[in-house]
Design a protein around this ligand. Structure first.
Ligand SMILES: Cc1cc2nc3c(=O)[nH]c(=O)nc-3n(C[C@H](O)[C@H](O)[C@H](O)COP(=O)(O)OP(=O)(O)OC[C@H]3O[C@@H](n4cnc5c(N)ncnc54)[C@H](O)[C@@H]3O)c2cc1C
Length: 333
């Protein structure tokens, strides 16, 4: 029971705070029990107010972006879920001078609210003729979720959302305050950023992009990625993308994987687990690092598949696989 329910409703608007909202409606997996309290932040100010309110009344909270990289417990979340729909993008600065041919801008700064979809950010920047984030076209989820995992398309290409960050503003859940940080603060690496440890929440971010010589070429590169994704990943099914992070280069060498691939999909496939089903959760037959919800899968079914994969990978290859997805809620039986 949340003691301060009435006060929270008064601050955020009685009709905007829902009780017992099913989270399966808000996740790509279509899995998850109810949130005790649920609020949709439609602007950065809304998001700030919701975070401050959660801190003031000491309610456990979690911010949900697109819900594309989470597994929510069947018991739901016994606290406050803030769904981040603060969507806005604008060009905030250019470097260089426009010459008489309308050219000359070398780079530009783009500001975006953290609830903006990465897909929207990609479209906006390509439309502006700016290169550097076109690989995000068709990567599901929001900028906030993307900065937490340092979203990418193909790791080998070395394109990460974090590479383009100049500054961001963050909420510190322990202190309840806000601060501006620069790119270095995040310690971005593959599937990793500092905010995974600190639990800080991204409110907004500024990205630096270079002017492309040819906008059509940017669209072509982005569309090539979409095509490849459609060939390699299960399409139109409920899932959370890759469940596990890739293995390390040193493990790939130790195991002498083909072409030294670090793909965890390869590892799971080689364990003979493709297609394995528990309840309505199944290890995808097309991409073994995806678990799909074929109907009414429970979080518990997905978790059992995850544990099965981890156990086999450990026993067979001595690997400690690490999840890429984040867990929300209580998973104790
Ligand atoms: C079909 C499919 C394909 C995918 N392909 C790719 C891919 O090619 N490349 C790739 O990188 N990823 C991929 N993913 C994973 C997913 O797109 C990314 O992880 C994305 O960053 C998730 O963003 P989100 O907003 O949905 O985060 P959510 O799933 O909502 O949240 C993930 C985590 O981030 C936290 N979070 C959310 N918003 C914020 C915020 N504002 N500040 C701080 N923390 C926050 C949440 O609390 C949670 O811990 C794929 C997923 C799917 C379903």
């Amino acid at each position: 029971m949340i003691q301060s329910l009435d006060q929270i409703k008064e601050v955020l608007g009685p009709l905007r705070v829902y009780e017992n909202e099913p989270l399966k409606k808000h996740t790509y997996f279509k899995i998850g029990g109810p949130a005790k309290l649920f609020f949709e932040a439609k602007s950065v100010d809304d998001l700030k107010l919701a975070l401050e309110t959660a801190h003031l009344y000491k309610i456990p909270f979690v911010v949900l972006g697109g819900g594309a990289n989470v597994l929510v417990s069947d018991k739901g979340f016994d606290g406050f879920v803030i769904k981040n729909r603060a969507e806005a993008i604008k060009l905030v600065g250019v470097k260089g001078t426009i010459n008489k041919h309308g050219r000359g801008i070398k780079s530009a700064l783009v500001w975006a609210a953290s609830g903006t979809l990465m897909n929207q950010l990609a479209r906006f920047t390509i439309d502006q003729g700016l290169a550097g984030l076109e690989f995000l076209l068709s990567v599901p989820g929001t900028i906030g979720g993307g900065l937490k995992i340092n979203a990418h398309f193909e790791v080998e290409k070395g394109e990460f959302i974090g590479d383009r960050v100049v500054t961001a503003s963050l909420f510190n859940p322990k202190k309840g305050d806000f601060k501006n940080v620069d790119q270095a603060y995040f310690n971005f690496a593959y599937d990793s950023s500092k905010i995974q440890k600190t639990g800080e929440i991204v409110l907004e971010a500024v990205f630096r992009l270079n002017t492309a010589s040819d906008k059509a070429d940017l669209w072509q590169r982005a569309m090539d990625n979409v095509k490849r994704r459609n060939q390699e990943q299960p399409i139109g099914v409920a899932c959370s993308g890759c469940i596990f992070r890739n293995i390390s280069d040193s493990d790939a060498k130790r195991l002498a994987t083909p072409r030294l691939t670090t793909s965890t999909g390869y590892i799971i496939e080689s364990l003979g687990l493709k297609g394995t089903k528990i309840g309505d959760a199944q290890i995808s037959a097309s991409h073994a690092n995806f678990i799909i919800n074929t109907g009414e899968a429970k979080a518990q079914d997905v978790l059992e598949l995850i544990n099965l994969i981890k156990e086999k990978a450990k026993n067979t290859y001595g690997l400690n696989l690490k999840e890429e997805i984040f867990y929300i809620g209580d998973f104790n039986e």
